[in-house]
Design a protein. Sequence first.
Length: 294
Amino acid sequence: MTDPLARWEMQARIAMSRRGIRPDTAAPLIAQVRAHCADTGQGPDEAFGAPQEFAETAAAQLPAESLDPVDRQGLAAIDHLTGSLVLPAVLLLVSSIVALLSGIVTVPLTPAALVGVALMVLGHVAVVGLPGTLRAAGRPTAARASFGLAAVAVLLAALSFTQLPRTRLGEIPTPVTGAVAALLLWLLFRRDGAAARRGPARTAPTASEDGWLRRLNGLLVGRHEVTPQRAADLVDEARAHLRAAGTSPDEEFGPIDVYAGQLAEHETARRRPRWRGRTAGAVLDLLRRGDRRA
């Protein structure tokens, strides 16, 4: 039977990551919960509430600047991009294993195959990872354009497979392709631990007030999924406040990433498109939990 504390801890770690709490910050909080439960005999739900409640309380008590700039899925921009690479790596690993079991010990390298496969991977990333990456970065307009990039990549891939030369440039041992895939998966699942060891992200001051307000709108719509109409209202309120105060946005509101998160905290997020549904969220959650030993 699963240890109730271990199950609570796993859910609490996920909930904290979704609120931008870094793994190295979450670790001592979890250690305190374990120590309290060991000393008192209480269960974690009884002492600290549900994992989601614990995460909300922890995030509220931490300085806003110490939290990662994550979207409403709990993912930073880079998480979307790295998450989209998991499927190609898994497919490469599985195909390498199947090839070895079938007695295929080398893979021929041709211009058609090299360019075609590279473009297919690019198209996959442009559909699965790039839109979320750009939205989490506060670039929702560019996120829509990524689907056009995907269409171009797939078209060029089809042309590459059919039109480029199929002259053999050499061969690569099948175990090498499997090893490369396994290494890539390991790196992807270790990325979160590396992020935890970095210092807090710094936001450079915005050059102009108009640029700052445009950036605010992009963060509200893209990262925090505030409806465009409501985001426009919040930006207008910020503009009016700045004109009345006569100060710069950075002086008046502080770091723009933090301010956008504060504005969006109590706003209703718009409905997610289907391509960002539960399945994709589950995969990306798994990726973000890559290393919790920090």
